[in-house]
Unconditional design. Structure first.
Length: 276
C-alpha cells in the first residue's frame, strides 16, 4: 500500500504521529482539549465508522495487516480522503495496548450529546454517574447498557472520561453505540423537571427490591461511586431507591456487577410492559 500525504499529521511523519497517539492514550487533559481519542482494532474501527464517528486519521502497519478485511478498510478510507500513516510493526507495538497488535488504529473525534436534546423514550433508560474509580467498571457498564437496551450515560461533573483507553478497551466497542452527556447537578435537576422520566437510585438502603419495582416509564438510573455509594445530591434527585437482595455475609457488590444487575432488571421489566 502506498501512502498519500494529505494531512498535517502525515506531513509531520510517523514519529510525530506516534507522539500524538501516545499523548492521546496517556493524557486526559490533552484528550479533552483536542476532543479526540485513539482506538485500535478492526472491530473498533468498524463500529466507529458505522455509528458516524469522525475518523481523523488512520495508523497501520502493513506487515501486521494479515486479515483481508483490515487491508480493505485502509484502502477504502484512503479513497474517502482519510489520512493514513504506514508504520513499522515495531512502531505499532509501541502504541498497542494488546498482546497481539492488530496492525490498525485510528484517531477519532469524540461525540457528545447535549442534555437539552435528550428526551427519554418509553422502553428505554439512561444511566447517571458522578464518579467511577475503575475505568474497567465504566467500560463494563457501557457494554452492559448496550446489551440491555440502554440509551446512554449522563456524567455529572468532570470526573469521568469515557474515552480513557482502559474504558474504550473494556467496553469492547460498545461505547460507539451509546450517547454521552456531561452536565451539572443543577442541569440534570432542571432537565428532570421537564421530562416524563422516573429517577431511580440504587442503594443498599433502598425501600424495595429491584425485581419488585415496576419500571413502566422511561428511567434515569443513578449509580453511586464504588466505595461511598450515592451522594446526597444524587439521593435528592431520586424519586425511588431500589436495593439488590443478597444473602450470606456479602453486603456490597462491585459497581459493574451491581449496575449490570439493575440494568438487566430495568430492561426485563420494560420489555414485559411493551409486550403486554
Amino acid at each position: 500500500m502506498a501512502d498519500v500525504n494529505i494531512s498535517n499529521i502525515e506531513q509531520l511523519g510517523a514519529e510525530t504521529a506516534l507522539i500524538e497517539i501516545d499523548k492521546l492514550q496517556r493524557n486526559r487533559a490533552y484528550r479533552d482539549t483536542c476532543g479526540k481519542f485513539y482506538i485500535e482494532g478492526v472491530r473498533n474501527f468498524i463500529r466507529a465508522a458505522d455509528n458516524g464517528f469522525d475518523i481523523s486519521s488512520i495508523t497501520y502497519s502493513e506487515k501486521l495487516l494479515t486479515a483481508p478485511l483490515a487491508r480493505k478498510l485502509v484502502r477504502n478510507r484512503r479513497r474517502l480522503g482519510t489520512p493514513t500513516i504506514n508504520i513499522t510493526p515495531e512502531q505499532f507495538r509501541r502504541i498497542s495496548s494488546t498482546e497481539r497488535a492488530s496492525g490498525i488504529g485510528a484517531i477519532v473525534r469524540q461525540q457528545w450529546s447535549n442534555l437539552k436534546e435528550i428526551s427519554p423514550q418509553a422502553g428505554s433508560y439512561w444511566v447517571a454517574l458522578e464518579t467511577v474509580r475503575s475505568p474497567g467498571n465504566l467500560g463494563t457498564l457501557i457494554r452492559t447498557s448496550e446489551a440491555f437496551g440502554g440509551a446512554g450515560f449522563i456524567f455529572i461533573g468532570n470526573k469521568i472520561d469515557p474515552f480513557d483507553p482502559d474504558v474504550v478497551r473494556a467496553s469492547m466497542s460498545s461505547l460507539f453505540n451509546q450517547k454521552f452527556v456531561r452536565t451539572s447537578y443543577r442541569g440534570i435537576g432542571h432537565w428532570l423537571q421537564h421530562q416524563n422520566c422516573m429517577a431511580i437510585g440504587a442503594s443498599p438502603d433502598g425501600s424495595v427490591d429491584l425485581h419488585n419495582f415496576n419500571y413502566n416509564q422511561p428511567t434515569l438510573l443513578f449509580l453511586g461511586e464504588e466505595r461511598q455509594g450515592l451522594t446526597q445530591q444524587q439521593r435528592e434527585l431520586c424519586q425511588h431507591l431500589v436495593r439488590i437482595p443478597m444473602t450470606g455475609t456479602v453486603n456490597s457488590l462491585n459497581l459493574a456487577v451491581a449496575g449490570s444487575l439493575i440494568m438487566y432488571e430495568v430492561y426485563r421489566s420494560q420489555k414485559l410492559c411493551v409486550e403486554l
